[in-house]
Design a protein around this ligand. Structure first.
Ligand SMILES: [Zn+2]
Length: 505
């Protein structure tokens, strides 16, 4: 796919090519500068740093495409008063496609289907049958542009099956890929609203006074029979479905602040009253609003059991959703490995009596600010971010190297970029303790400092654990034995300084 964009592209399936990693690593140093003091920071971690940079990329009009082969998006351009799309870019993720110009005839081959487009004409011939486009076919620098409005009639001729264009909202469904949902008030508690989806979903969740909004940019979520749903609940009177700008949106009206919890592999979302009102998040974390955050009250996905419990440790499976992290091998994405390690570390910590929350317990998209804000609201004693890397051996333990302090703490508030400052000694103690337990079992370990987000935004002891394979075989990262060896040692390292961590203010 040539049209990789920070906004649009979630490619599943064969056109993956670790696009995320390569593209992101193109400019990691732009703003943060090179790592200081010769700190060796792995590629994956630099990508991690760069992620916040792309959030501000300009929005352009795009068509989101959902199919069994891939979910992706392609740019829409305006020509002569019509919306146009590059037909090659549209078809490429779906099959084998090529094109060549013969005189004024642009010949397109998609798998075994041949089509002739006439430059600046509306007539097109697909598999020997003529059809008319609603506006002229355009050729720009070898790029064939067709009107978006033609896709409903044109695509089935190429694909041999139905496709449904939602032209107004910029969404195209190829084949039977739609995800449907139901919404109902929980029988046992009328303040809980339960959504069931026919496939796993991964929305961005944002809250504002009076409503919670779930935006599905990468999921083919489709309207229920009626776009407005009403409930017999005082706390949650109604919800509505809408779509636009390449995404679907469910807006839930509420009289009380809600948070979203994911279960059933992302097929169930339960909205429950947030234990503490949203504003307390701000009171314990940023004095300044977090930078580059879509909404200051965005809430990350959390384990449903997180609502009533207090946690000693928060384990963050880094990356997730459309951020796949490093492509550890052609088939192994870092985001999946970090989730494995996170769940196993929780098991190891819980078995030692340390209550643990896995911050990303699904394939959710979470911004670094989301992660920090959520970790801070749990008031846990220690935050552990997990990364995986294909290069090097053993474990690298990172504590935070703070960005230049602006002295902007005010009263009880900590400046968001330097929230970690007073916890750095404790973070280093935690890293040293874990390094000791790893050395005891002969795992190569290095302890490093790096300007690594979101560690700097965490108010409590915070470390990042980056796990590399023991030898050259990357697949060891998914071996249960290796995962257990590492997470067991990390858990022992935490245990060893538990009272120090617990005593921290
Ligand atoms: Zn990583």
């Amino acid at each position: 796919m040539p049209s990789i964009s920070s906004k649009g592209l979630t490619v599943v399936g064969r056109s993956l090519r670790s696009a995320n990693c390569h593209w992101l690593s193109a400019k990691p140093h732009d703003r943060f500068g090179p790592p200081k003091l010769g700190t060796p920071v792995s590629g994956c971690l630099m990508i991690f740093l760069a992620i916040s940079l792309i959030a501000t990329a300009a929005t352009e009009k795009r068509l989101s495409v959902y199919s069994t082969a891939a979910n992706y998006s392609v740019p829409i351009v305006q020509r002569q008063g019509h919306d146009y799309i590059g037909i090659l870019e549209l078809l490429e993720p779906l099959g084998t496609v090529s094109a060549k110009l013969e005189g004024s005839r642009w010949r397109l081959r998609y798998n075994n289907v041949l089509a002739d487009f006439m430059v600046d004409k509306i007539r097109v011939r697909v598999q020997g049958r003529d059809a008319d486009l609603p506006a002229k076919f355009l050729l720009e620098n070898g790029r064939g542009l067709v009107p978006v409005a033609s896709l409903n009639s044109l695509l089935p001729r190429f694909l041999g099956g139905p496709s449904t264009l939602h032209e107004e909202s910029g969404r195209l469904f190829v084949g039977n890929v739609a995800t449907y949902f139901t919404a109902s008030i929980a029988v046992e508690d009328s303040s809980h609203l339960v959504f069931h989806f026919t496939s796993p979903v991964n929305p961005m969740v944002a809250t504002e006074p009076g409503r919670l909004r779930m935006t599905f940019a990468h999921d083919p979520v489709t309207s229920p029979a009626s776009p407005t749903l009403t409930f017999s609940s005082k706390a949650i009177p109604s919800a509505s479905f809408s779509e636009g700008n390449g995404a679907a949106e469910i807006t839930v009206a509420t009289t009380t602040p809600l948070m979203a919890t994911f279960s059933n592999d992302g097929r169930t979302i339960t909205l429950v009253p947030a234990k503490s009102p949203i504003p307390t998040v701000a009171a314990t974390t940023p004095a300044n609003p977090p930078p580059q955050m879509g909404s200051p009250a965005q809430q990350p996905a959390a384990n449903p059991s997180s609502v009533p419990r207090r946690y000693f440790a928060v384990v963050d499976a880094s990356h997730g959703g459309s951020d796949r992290g490093e492509a550890l091998s052609p088939t192994l994405a870092e985001k999946d490995v970090t989730l494995d390690f996170a769940r196993r570390l929780r098991q190891e910590l819980e078995s030692r009596g340390i209550t643990t929350l896995v911050l990303r317990d699904s394939d959710a998209n979470l911004s670094l600010d989301d992660r920090a804000a959520f970790a801070n609201t749990t008031h846990a004693a220690v935050y552990i971010a997990l990364h995986a890397a294909s290069s090097g051996h053993g474990v690298r333990l990172y504590t935070c190297m703070l960005p230049n302090h602006n002295g902007s703490d005010s009263g009880p508030f900590r400046a968001w970029p330097t929230a970690q400052s007073s916890s750095i000694p404790l973070s280093q103690t935690a890293a040293a303790s874990i390094a000791d337990t790893l050395k005891k079992i002969q795992v190569p370990v290095r302890t490093l400092t790096a300007p690594l987000r979101p560690l700097n935004n965490i108010v409590t002891a915070a470390i990042a654990v980056e796990v590399a394979p023991p030898a050259t075989d990357v697949s060891a990262l998914v071996s249960p034995d290796y995962q257990q060896l590492i997470t067991g040692a990390v858990a022992n390292g935490i245990m060893a300084i538990r009272s120090q961590l617990g005593a921290a203010p």
